[in-house]
Write a protein that binds this ligand. Structure first.
Ligand SMILES: Cc1cc2nc3c(=O)[nH]c(=O)nc-3n(C[C@H](O)[C@H](O)[C@H](O)COP(=O)(O)OP(=O)(O)OC[C@H]3O[C@@H](n4cnc5c(N)ncnc54)[C@H](O)[C@@H]3O)c2cc1C
Length: 457
C-alpha cells in the first residue's frame, strides 16, 4: 500500500504526488495530518486553510473516497500511522523546499526510514523549483530581474490530468479506526466555529480566472495598483492551499491570452513567487534574520501600543487605517496596501518587521511563508533586492495616488465617507474631532528622518 500525504495541495488534478502514486498500481490511502505544533489560536490564515481542507474532503466524500485524518505531534502521528499499517510500502508527497515545511518533510522521511518505508517527495508547488535555476557560477540569484530573464527562458512543466477512474479503483475505502476518528474530530473542532465563510470552490475559481484573462488582463498593468478596482487575479489564496495548481494557472494564461505586455506583466508576478521561494531556500534564517547583514543592528522600536493601533487601524492615516480594518475583518489585503502598511509599520513607526510578518502570517488567508517574508524584507529594506532604505512611502501621497477619490477609504472608514476627495486623505483637526477620527500617531516628516538615521546607523 502507498500513503499519499496531502498538505497544501488540496486537489486531485495535476497533483504530482498523487499522479505518481497512481502510476505504481498499488492500493492508495489518502492521508492528511493535522500537525499540532502548527496550530494557532484566532488565525484567519488557519481558518481559511482548514475550511479549504474540509471542502476538499467533502468533495472526496462525494466520490466515496474521503481523506484519512491523523492528528498529533509531527513524528508521533506518522509513527502511529505506520505502526497501524505495516503493509505500507511508501509515502508519496509534494515537498516543501524551505522553512518549516522542509523541516517537517525531513522528520517524516526519518520516521518512514525507521519503519523501512520509502519516502518519495515531489516538487509540485512552483513552476521552477528553488534549486533549478542558479547563476552561471552555481550561486543563487540575489536580484530579481536577472533571475526573471533566465526564468522566462526555461520550459515550464506541463499540466497533468489525473486518471480519476484508476484512482477510484486503487484508493482504499475508509478505515474506521481510533487514529482516524481522532483526526476527523479535530478537523470538526477546528472548522465548526469559523464565522467567516470563504469561497474555496475550484469551479468558481476557474471561472473567475478565465473572466480575468478575458476581460481584465489587458488593464492589469495599470489597474493592479488600485485597491478599489478589481484589477488582479485574486489567485494567491487558492495557490496557497493548492486548490488550483500553479501549472494550471500558467498554462490557462499562456494558451488563452493573446501575446501582450499585460500577459508578460502577469507572468512576471508569477515569477516573484518562485524567486521568493528560492530566496528563502537559500536563506533559511530569513524569517528571523535580515538577509542584508548591514541592517541587522537597527534600533527598532518595540512599542506594543503603537503596534496595536496599527493592527486596529487607529493610526490617523486614513489609507493605512482603512486597509488594516478591512484586513482584520477579512484576512485579505491588496498588494499595494500590503506595501503601504508594511512601510508604515517599519519606517514611520520603526517597529521591527518581524512583528508585522508574524501578524500577517496569522491573518493573511493567502499566507505563504516565502512570499510573506520576501514582502516584509522588501518593505523594510532588509531583504535581497529590497526597496532602498531611503525610499520611504509617504502614506498620504500613496493615498492620493492609489485611492484618488477615496473610494477604498470611504468603504472601510464610513465616518470619513462624506469628506471631499481632497480632505479624505488627510482630514484637518476639526474634521477629526467632529468625526471622531484619531490624530496622526506620528508626524511623517519626523518619522522619515528618524528612519533614515536608524538605517544609516
Ligand atoms: C508585506 C507583503 C506580504 C506579502 N505576503 C504574501 C503572502 O503571504 N502570500 C502571497 O501569496 N503573497 C504575498 N505577498 C505578495 C502579494 O501581495 C500577493 O501575492 C498578491 O497581493 C496576491 O493577489 P493576487 O492573487 O490578486 O495577485 P496578482 O497580482 O493577480 O498576481 C498573480 C499571482 O502572482 C503571485 N505574486 C504576485 N505578486 C507577488 C509578490 N510580490 N510576491 C510573490 N508572489 C507574487 C501570487 O501568487 C499571485 O496570486 C506579500 C506582499 C507584501 C508586500
Amino acid at each position: 500500500m502507498i500513503i499519499v500525504w496531502f498538505k497544501n495541495d488540496l486537489r486531485l488534478n495535476d497533483n504530482t504526488a498523487l499522479i505518481e502514486a497512481i502510476k505504481t498500481n498499488q492500493p492508495i490511502m489518502c492521508v492528511f495530518q493535522i500537525n499540532n505544533p502548527q496550530l494557532l489560536e484566532n488565525s484567519k490564515s488557519q481558518d481559511y486553510f482548514f475550511q479549504s481542507v474540509q471542502v476538499f474532503n467533502d468533495n472526496l466524500i462525494q466520490i466515496n473516497q474521503p481523506l484519512h485524518f491523523i492528528y498529533g505531534d509531527t513524528e508521533d502521528s506518522f509513527d502511529k500511522l505506520l505502526t497501524q499499517f505495516p503493509e505500507t510500502k511508501a509515502i508519496y508527497t509534494n515537498i516543501s523546499e524551505r522553512g518549516y515545511g522542509l523541516e517537517r518533510d525531513h522528520l517524516i522521511r526519518k520516521v518512514a526510514q525507521n519503519h523501512t518505508v520509502d519516502f518519495y517527495g515531489f516538487m509540485d508547488h512552483h513552476l521552477i523549483g528553488a534549486h533549478e535555476l542558479l547563476k552561471k557560477d552555481q550561486t543563487p540569484f540575489k536580484v530579481f530581474t536577472p533571475y526573471y530573464n533566465q526564468w522566462k527562458k526555461l520550459a515550464k512543466p506541463a499540466f497533468q490530468k489525473v486518471d480519476l477512474e484508476k484512482f477510484k479503483h486503487l484508493v482504499i475505502q475508509r478505515q474506521e479506526i481510533d487514529l482516524f476518528k481522532e483526526g476527523t474530530a479535530k478537523l470538526k473542532e477546528l472548522t465548526e466555529n469559523i464565522e467567516q465563510s470563504f469561497n474555496t470552490n475550484l469551479k468558481q475559481v476557474r471561472e473567475s480566472y478565465d473572466e480575468f484573462i478575458d476581460n481584465r488582463l489587458e488593464d492589469y498593468p495599470k489597474d493592479r495598483d488600485f485597491p478599489s478596482l478589481n484589477g488582479t487575479s485574486d489567485l494567491s489564496k487558492d495557490l496557497t492551499t493548492g486548490l488550483i495548481s500553479i501549472r494550471e494557472v500558467y498554462w490557462r494564461l499562456v494558451q488563452h491570452a493573446p501575446e501582450s505586455d499585460a500577459k508578460q506583466a502577469f507572468i512576471r508576478q508569477l515569477c516573484w513567487r518562485d524567486f521568493y521561494n528560492m530566496v528563502y531556500a537559500y536563506n533559511p534564517d530569513a524569517k528571523n534574520l535580515e538577509i542584508k547583514s548591514e541592517y541587522r543592528k537597527i534600533n527598532w522600536r518595540y512599542s506594543e501600543e503603537d503596534f496595536q493601533k496599527w493592527i486596529d487601524g487607529e493610526t490617523g492615516y486614513p489609507l493605512v487605517d482603512a486597509a488594516m480594518k478591512h484586513f482584520k475583518q477579512t484576512g485579505e489585503l491588496h498588494n499595494r496596501l500590503r506595501m503601504v502598511v508594511a512601510s508604515f509599520l517599519t519606517k514611520d513607526l520603526l517597529i521591527d518587521w518581524r512583528w508585522g510578518e508574524k501578524y500577517f502570517s496569522e491573518q493573511l488567508i493567502d499566507y505563504d511563508s516565502a512570499s510573506n517574508i520576501g514582502g516584509w524584507q522588501w518593505a523594510s529594506s532588509t531583504g535581497t533586492d529590497a526597496a532602498p532604505y531611503f525610499r520611504i512611502f509617504n502614506p498620504t501621497t500613496q493615498s492620493e495616488r492609489f485611492d484618488p477619490k477615496g473610494d477604498f477609504i470611504r468603504q472601510h472608514l464610513p465616518n470619513l465617507a462624506n469628506l471631499s476627495n481632497k480632505d479624505i486623505h488627510k482630514p484637518n483637526d476639526s474634521q477629526r474631532q467632529t468625526l471622531g477620527y484619531p490624530q496622526e500617531i506620528v508626524d511623517h516628516k519626523f518619522a522619515r528622518q528618524r528612519a533614515l538615521e536608524a538605517f544609516k546607523g
